[in-house]
Write a protein that binds this ligand. Sequence first.
Ligand code: NAD
Length: 293
Amino acid sequence: MMASSPPKPVESLFVIGSGIMGSGIAAVGLARGLRVHLYDVKDTYLDKGLANVRKHLDKMAARGAVPAAEVPKLFESMQPTLSLQDAAGADIVVEAAPENLEMKREIFHKLDSIVRPGAILATNTSSLSITLIAAATQDPGRVVGIHFFNPVPAMELVELISGARTRPEVLDRARAFAQFLGKTVTGSKDFPGFITTRSIGVLLNEAVWMLYEGVATREDIDTAHKLGFHHPMGPFELADLVGLDTALAILERLYTGFRDPKYRACPLLVQMVEAGKLGRKSGEGFYKYPRNE
Ligand SMILES: NC(=O)c1ccc[n+]([C@@H]2O[C@H](COP(=O)([O-])OP(=O)(O)OC[C@H]3O[C@@H](n4cnc5c(N)ncnc54)[C@H](O)[C@@H]3O)[C@@H](O)[C@H]2O)c1
């Protein structure tokens, strides 16, 4: 008798936002044989996202995570869209739009009447309240946090966050979905920053304060973390990868969420975001990234 593969926990995935995270989430979904829609608000953003999905698939093929011969077919199977209505048939929606509470609440409010009952609505937020996002829907029990890490195809962890009203069976299905994508899942309650964002927010901010105060150079702060703690990247390299605007949003969330001054963002970080120095994605953050890199 032939061994049958376990049933997929979901068949169709609708990803909202084709940026850094959305393109990675779409790529892992495709690699696991899901039907994937990738949504964004403008053609130009979608085109950039598609190019990144292809890059992710090629890298996955290079390390043997998907057969190289399958890549063109998987990529072609993806359905890019500018219409949220296409989420109607999805089993799970993963939202990876910018880290902005009002924007996410508006997206979930719209999704609520589009996506069939029984489907899961997940947000990839790093720091916002799952409970508040869920409250924009009629059925907050089906809303959950599924927090992937960057780059999605390479990073093993998914943080699963239970909102105050998330139903246990929704949590179980979301966990099965993340495990099906090959991820190891940790659970957290819905308090600001969950586990990882709270820790990393403090670390990045403290590194910027040290730079701002002239304690050390960015290179020495990065080297100290890499060699002293075996961190694969220094805090400034990591901030540039994550995006300085995202890092600032995380700190604002911790600061207002806990009402605790220990989370106050360093003015240097605020100023860099105001100057448009957002890290790799803008070509300059704490380090410079020539466009042809
Ligand atoms: N970058 C990271 O390392 C990282 C890691 C984990 C979680 N996250 C979280 O993932 C989410 C996305 O982050 P990112 O780094 O991919 O951002 P990004 O800026 O790279 O991508 C966001 C995408 O959303 C699109 N968008 C803008 N307005 C939209 C709307 N109204 N509806 C749908 N899409 C819209 C943008 O065009 C863009 O393509 C955020 O909530 C962030 O906190 C980011």
